[in-house]
Design a protein around this ligand. Structure first.
Ligand SMILES: *[C@@H]1O[C@H](CO)[C@@H](O)[C@H](O)[C@H]1NC(C)=O
Ligand SMILES: *[C@@H]1O[C@H](CO)[C@@H](O)[C@H](O)[C@H]1NC(C)=O
Ligand SMILES: *[C@@H]1O[C@H](CO)[C@@H](O)[C@H](O)[C@H]1NC(C)=O
Ligand SMILES: *[C@@H]1O[C@H](CO)[C@@H](O)[C@H](O)[C@H]1NC(C)=O
Ligand SMILES: *[C@@H]1O[C@H](CO)[C@@H](O)[C@H](O)[C@H]1NC(C)=O
Length: 264
C-alpha cells in the first residue's frame, strides 16, 4: 500500500519537475499562446538575450536603446518580427505596448537576418517606469505573400508615426487580431526578456495613461538587422538567476515529495 502510494507520488514529482523544465525551456513569455519552442537569437550589440527570460537592468546599460539584431539557424524564408511589452498596467488586466514591427527579414540559409524593407512600427526602446519590471516578447513569423497591414489597423500604425506622436499611441495593440487578419500563423521562433527600472519610485503606482509610463526616448532604428549566434549572454548574473529559479523549482518539487512521504 505504502509502496504504491510512494510510486504514485514519485511519478507526480517527476512530472512536476519535467513540467518545470518544459516551462523553463519555452522561448515565448509565460502564458503566451501558443508557446514557442524555437529560440530566436536576439542580440543587443554583442549581448545576446539568452537564455530566454533573463533580466536586463536598463539603468545599468544602454544596450536596448536601438533595435536588436536577429538570427535564426538555417533560415530559408522571409519573416516578420513583432516585439511587444505585455506589462502595461491598466485598471483591469494589463495590456500591451507595440515596440517594433519589421517585415522582409531573410538570410538565404545563413543565420543572420536582415531586411531591406521599412519598419511598419519603428523600434521603440523598452523603458518601464521607476520600480517596475516589464515583460517583453519578440516573435518571428513566416511572412505570407501579399502581407500587408489590415485596413482596420491602418489608423493605429499611422498614429505611431504622426508628428509628435506620443508613446501612448502604441498601447493596446491586439496581437491576436493582427495575426489572424494578416494570416501570420504561429510564431516560428521567439525570445523574451524582462527589463527592470531599478530607480526607486516616490509614488507607489504609475499607470499606462501617464506619460511617465514609458519614459525612454525613441531613438529611431535601422531598417537592417544582422545577428550572430556566437554573442555573449547579456549578463551572466541574469543567466544564472534563470538557472537558479529552475534548480529551485526542482528542489521544491523534491521537498514536497519528501514532505508527503514523511506523512505516510
Ligand atoms: C501588470 O503589470 C505590472 C507592472 O508592469 C506587473 O507588475 C504585473 O505583474 C502585471 N500583471 C500581470 C497580471 O501581468
Ligand atoms: C526609470 O524611471 C524613471 C522615473 O520614471 C525615469 O526617469 C527613467 O528614465 C527610467 N529609466 C529608464 C531606463 O527607463
Ligand atoms: C489615431 O489618432 C486619431 C487622432 O488623434 C484618433 O482620433 C484615433 O482614435 C487614433 N486611432 C487609433 C487606432 O489609435
Ligand atoms: C483582442 O481582440 C479580441 C477580439 O476583439 C478579444 O477577444 C481579445 O481579448 C483581445 N485581446 C487582447 C489582448 O486585448
Ligand atoms: C552576423 O552578425 C554579427 C553581428 O550581429 C556579425 O558579427 C557577423 O559578422 C555577421 N555574420 C555574417 C555572415 O554576416
Amino acid at each position: 500500500m505504502h509502496k504504491l502510494r510512494f510510486s504514485h507520488l514519485f511519478s507526480f514529482a517527476i512530472l512536476m519537475a519535467a513540467y518545470t523544465f518544459q516551462k523553463g525551456s519555452a522561448q515565448s513569455p509565460p502564458g503566451f499562446q501558443p508557446p514557442v519552442s524555437n529560440h530566436l537569437t536576439v542580440s543587443y550589440g554583442s549581448d545576446a538575450i539568452s537564455p530566454a527570460g533573463i533580466t536586463v537592468p536598463v539603468d545599468d546599460s544602454t544596450e536596448v536603446a536601438s533595435a536588436p539584431s536577429l538570427g535564426l539557424d538555417d533560415a530559408r524564408a522571409t519573416f516578420v518580427t513583432i516585439m511587444l511589452d505585455f506589462s502595461i498596467e491598466t485598471a483591469g488586466s494589463n495590456t500591451t505596448l507595440l515596440h517594433w514591427v519589421l517585415p522582409g527579414l531573410s538570410s538565404n540559409g545563413a543565420t543572420n537576418l536582415s531586411s531591406q524593407r521599412a519598419e511598419i512600427a519603428p523600434y521603440f526602446p523598452p523603458g518601464p517606469p521607476a520600480g517596475q519590471t516589464h515583460t517583453y516578447g519578440i516573435f518571428l513569423y513566416n511572412e505570407p505573400t501579399n502581407f500587408a497591414v489590415p485596413e482596420n489597423f491602418v489608423p493605429f500604425f499611422k498614429n505611431l508615426t504622426a508628428p509628435g506622436a506620443s508613446v501612448l499611441t502604441r498601447v493596446g495593440f491586439n496581437l491576436t487580431n493582427f495575426v489572424v487578419e494578416t494570416g501570420l500563423g504561429a510564431p516560428v521562433a521567439a525570445d523574451w526578456f524582462l527589463v527592470r527600472n531599478a530607480t526607486m519610485s516616490s509614488t507607489t503606482t504609475t499607470t499606462a495613461t501617464s506619460s511617465r509610463a514609458v519614459s525612454a526616448t525613441n531613438t529611431g532604428a535601422s531598417t537592417g538587422s544582422t545577428s550572430s549566434t556566437s554573442s555573449n549572454p547579456l549578463t551572466t548574473q541574469s543567466a544564472s538567476d534563470a538557472m537558479t529559479i529552475r534548480i529551485k523549482s526542482i528542489v521544491v518539487a523534491f521537498g514536497a515529495l519528501c514532505f508527503v512521504v514523511n506523512l505516510l
